[in-house]
Structure formats: structure tokens, C-alpha cells
Write a protein that binds this ligand. Structure first.
Ligand code: XMP
Length: 517
């Protein structure tokens, strides 16, 4: 992506809040480019795209703690608008000559705030707003030039500002959905205070990426490992738009895919998109290497290594390819506060770490600046179908880690059939895209007794798993309708030979994980 498209956005400075990435996402949803930087980043680094303003995130510290992360002085001297959120507001207060102290009670959760003072930040909002609070400290004395703009029952300074200096602070989180007017506040900051333009659109991104990829690749060839997942699919479609047949995709069918998946990938990308796709049927190799492998990590290692071997073999056969495209996205590379300048490079190397030394490619990662929801928008704008763009995440080792115990072809086929019944029912009920973040079946290496007609059966047990989550770090089990579970259970037991009992997993993460292995 060129720097032009990133210019005039918002630099979000990370002080460790769990919501930092969300701030950048919300700003981008409003059509303005935004990037997250570690609070110890240099001025050259943070200002490299000439931001129109800064947002200082929240964080777990107290400003007067000995090791509390600091406000880089250049931010105050840059003469650009600043919005401090929670810890960011307290940092601003302390740095500009006000006073912060521990509040008697920690304020956490929803709170009403009232605002009476006119200000560009809260302009156009109702006099009373519901917002989401999460802070331990409070402002005792405002810095010179600042006014209080809003108050809660506990805190006279829920929002503060020096209008002339275009510097503001809020004690609450405008970026979370629990602050229903939060977007309006961010929008005021972006458009009324920072004077940003809403130039960050899918079409602008695609035009820019097509230009960059052409400029980088010229007449050379590019290789892409297509998995069928959203990120590699959109990477492929985007690069194909830029360079057409100079792109070759390799799709490895390792036999651990879901029902109809291999055929769908080939059909969509080769026939519908007209892309150059080499489909490698490596099922027998993978199956024979997996005989007797039952431990989860051993399954992952075996499949990971075989995948690299298979892909490398194809790459060698193709010869003369200079670039490797990868579907790395922004959350994969986001800069950590600890290592603000080098995180991106470390991740890039990590991603290709598995390829042997004789295969040295230059990397192309056209999505590395995008969040997942933006990748989906770009995919749709490139003409990919909803079925591809709204796919749920699927692990690299695939069904191998959902087929607990020994992996045999007949157990995989059982699992595939049951999983398809479950996922199709969810899709029909409209619960695949919005109601659940990840839904799948797991086959247990356990047999249970049942009764089928006049006969007793002794067959394997299947688990249905559906979770809701925003970030896959924590998750809750989805509260699916009983009727849907009943119908799916009946269909699976009737239609899939070898399964006579169906259970639903009601474990959240933590303490469970999303996958069973
Ligand atoms: P867990 O089970 O750790 O999963 O709660 C979190 C997310 O990561 C996915 N996952 C994997 N993805 N290779 C992958 O590419 C893996 O080995 C792997 N293990 C888990 C999982 O599907 C969920 O989305």
C-alpha cells in the first residue's frame, strides 16, 4: 500500500488497553486511516504518515507509578489535535500541569454522563449519554486552559478539553459498543477537530494496492498458497486483479478438509475468478504419514511439515518465481508496545520460516494493513461471493485436530458428513455469519451404547461446538435454539453411520479452548 492512502489519518498510541485495536477499527469504519503504535515509538516512526491527530489509548497503569508509560514529548509539541482516553486522559492531565489521584472507588461499567458545556467534541449529542467507564484514577485538578465538558455522579471531569489547543480527554471508552454515542464522539474528533477526510474506502484501497503490486512485481511471477480461507482468498483475488496470469496459486488438498471444500476452492478460483490454480492431491501422502499419530501436537507437526514439503516441491517445479504472496493481516503484525519499530519484520520472517533455504522469495503481503472486517469488504468489492468472504476460521491442520484419537479415512468421512449437516443447518437458520464465530463438529474416540430400532448399537460419540467471540482469545459457547440442536442431532444419528450419540459443548474459553485438540 502506498503512503498516500495513509496520510492524514489518526495515530493511536497504545498504553496497553484491551480496546486499543478497537479504536483504530472504529476510526477506519468512519472512513479514516488509523494505525496503532507502541508508546515508546520514535517521532519519525509515529509521524511517518503525517497523522492529522493522535489518540492516546487507555491502559492498566496509574500515571504516577514509577514505571508508568509516558507521553512522548513530541506529541505535545506537534501542534496536532489529541484525544486521550482514560489512561491517555490522565497522562495528558499530568503532562500539562493538572493533577490525577486514585479515585475512592474504581468506576467500571455503564454510567450516565451529562454535558452542558459547548464543545466541538460533544457537539450534536444528547445532554445525557450512556457511556462505558473503566478506570481507577480520576482528575483532581484540570491543567491550565482546560474546561470540564461532562460529568458523572462520581466524577466532575468525565470529559475535558482545551478547545483552543484542540486537546481533549474522556474518562470513558467511546470505542466500545456499550457507549452508544461513542462513534459520534469519535466522528466529531476526526472531522470537526482533526479535519480528516473520509478517504479510506474499499475501492480506494483496491486501486492503491493494484498500483503498488504492479509497481513492485513488474514482469516477475508470484506464488500464493491458497487455503480457501478468507485471507488467502482475498490476497489471491487482489493480486490477480493487479497482475493476472503472473500469479500462480497452489492449493494442497491434504484430506483434512471439510465436505466439498476442495472442489469449491478449485471451482471458485479457477473457474469463476479465472485464476491460475494448481490443485495438488496429497491425500495419500498425508494419510499414510498420520497412521498411528494420536497426540494433538504430533498431528500439528506432521501436517505442518508435510504441507511445507508438498508446497516446496510444487514451488521448485514451477521455477523462476520471485515473489511469495501471503495473506498476513494487521492483527498478525500489530506493533506491540514493547517493540514498536521492529515487530513487523519479525513476523514476516516468522511466516516464511518453514520454507527451506533454497526457496528464497521476496514477500508480498497486500493485506498487512487491514483488519479482518476490512479484508471481507475488499473481498466483496473484488467480486468474491459471500460464501467465501464470510467463511469461519478453519485451522491449518483441519479436521485432523477435530478427529480425536486415530485418524482414519472412514472416521474423517464420518466427521465430514456430520459437520456438513450441522453447518448447513446453522447456515439455513442464519447463525453461521452472525450468530456464531466458529461452529464445527468433533468426533470422539469413545463409543457409547444406543438403541436403533430393535437393536442395540455401540458407536462413536460426536460433539457439536459453536462459540461466540470477537477475538478468539476468549469465547463463550453459543446459546443455540434447542429445536435446531434437536433437529441436527436426529439427522446426524439417522444419516451418518457409526455415530449414535450427539452432545453439545457448553464450555467457555477459558478454561476450555475452542478446538478440542
Ligand atoms: P483455540 O482452540 O486455541 O483456538 O481456542 C483459537 C483459534 O485458533 C484456531 N486454531 C488453529 N489455527 N492452526 C491454525 O491455523 C492450528 O494449529 C490451530 N489451533 C487452533 C482455532 O480454530 C480458533 O479459531
Amino acid at each position: 500500500m502506498t503512503d498516500d492512502l495513509k496520510r492524514g489519518g489518526i495515530a493511536v498510541i497504545d498504553y496497553g488497553s484491551q480496546y486499543t485495536q478497537l479504536i483504530a477499527r472504529r476510526i477506519r469504519e468512519l472512513g479514516v486511516y488509523s494505525e496503532v503504535y507502541g508508546h515508546d515509538g520514535s517521532a519519525d516512526h509515529i509521524d511517518r504518515h503525517e497523522p492529522a491527530g493522535y489518540i492516546l489509548s487507555g491502559g492498566p497503569n496509574s500515571v504516577y507509578e514509577p514505571d508508568a508509560p509516558q507521553l512522548p514529548p513530541f506529541i505535545l509539541q506537534a501542534n496536532r489535535p489529541i484525544l486521550g482516553i482514560c489512561y491517555g486522559m490522565q497522562l495528558l492531565t499530568a503532562a500539562l500541569g493538572g493533577r490525577v489521584a486514585a479515585a475512592r472507588e474504581r468506576e467500571y461499567g455503564p454510567a450516565p454522563i451529562t454535558h452542558e458545556t459547548q464543545s466541538p467534541l460533544l457537539d450534536g449529542l444528547q445532554p445525557e449519554l450512556r457511556v462505558w467507564m473503566s478506570h481507577g484514577d480520576r482528575i483532581e485538578a484540570l491543567p491550565p486552559g482546560f474546561k470540564s465538558l461532562a460529568r458523572t455522579a462520581n466524577s466532575p471531569h468525565a470529559a475535558i478539553g482545551d478547545i483552543r489547543r484542540k486537546t481533549y480527554g474522556v474518562q470513558f471508552h467511546p470505542e466500545v459498543r456499550h457507549s452508544p454515542q461513542g462513534n459520534a464522539i469519535l466522528s466529531n474528533f476526526l472531522f470537526a477537530i482533526c479535519r480528516c477526510r473520509a478517504a479510506w474506502t474499499a475501492e480506494a484501497f483496491i486501486d492503491d494496492a493494484v498500483y503498488s503490486v504492479r509497481a513492485q512485481v513488474k514482469h516477475e511471477r508470484v506464488l500464493l498458497a491458497l487455503s480457501g480461507g478468507v485471507d488467502s482468498a482475498v490476497t489471491g483475488a487482489l493480486i490477480h486483479r493487479a497482475i493476472g496470469d503472473q500469479l500462480t496459486c497452489v492449493f494442497v488438498d491434504h484430506g483434512m478438509l471439510r465436505k466439498g471444500e476442495a472442489e469449491q476452492v478449485v471451482r471458485v478460483f479457477r473457474q469463476e475468478q479465472g485464476m491460475n490454480v494448481i490443485a495438488v492431491n496429497a491425500v495419500e501422502t498425508f494419510m499414510s504419514e498420520l497412521v498411528g499419530v494420536t497426540k494433538p501436537e504430533a498431528k500439528r507437526k506432521t501436517i505442518g511439515k508435510l504441507f511445507i514439503d508438498t508446497f516446496s516441491q510444487e514451488a521448485r517445479r514451477l521455477q523462476g518465481i520471485r515473489y511469495l504472496a501471503q495473506g498476513t493481516i494487521y492483527p498478525d503484525v500489530i506493533e506491540s508496545a514493547a517493540d514498536s519499530n521492529s515487530a513487523k519484520t519479525i513476523k514476516s520472517h516468522h511466516n516464511v520460516g518453514g520454507l527451506p533455504d533454497d526457496l528464497q522469495f521476496d514477500l508480498i503481503e497486500p493485506l498487512r494493513d487491514l483488519f479482518k472486517d476490512e479484508v471481507r469488504k475488499i473481498g466483496l468489492a473484488l467480486g468474491l461471493s459471500e460464501a467465501i468472504v464470510w467463511r469461519q476460521p478453519f485451522p491449518g491442520p483441519g479436521l485432523a485436530i477435530r478427529c480425536l484419537g486415530e485418524i482414519t479415512w472412514s472416521r474423517l468421512e464420518k466427521l465430514r458428513a456430520a459437520d456438513a449437516i450441522y453447518v448447513d443447518a446453522l447456515r439455513e437458520a442464519g447463525l453461521l455469519r452472525d450468530g456464531t464465530a466458529q461452529s464445527f463438529a468433533v468426533l470422539l474416540p469413545v463409543k457409547s451404547v444406543g438403541v436403533m430400532g430393535d437393536n442395540r448399537s455401540y458407536e462413536e460419540v460426536l460433539v457439536l461446538r459453536s462459540v461466540t467471540t470477537d477475538d478468539f482469545m476468549t469465547a463463550d459457547w453459543a446459546r443455540l435454539p434447542y429445536e435446531l440442536l434437536a433437529e441436527v442431532s436426529a439427522r446426524i444419528v439417522n444419516e451418518v453411520a457409526g455415530i449414535n450419540r450427539v452432545t453439545y459443548d457448553i464450555t467457555s474459553k477459558p478454561p476450555g479452548t475452542i478446538e478440542w485438540e
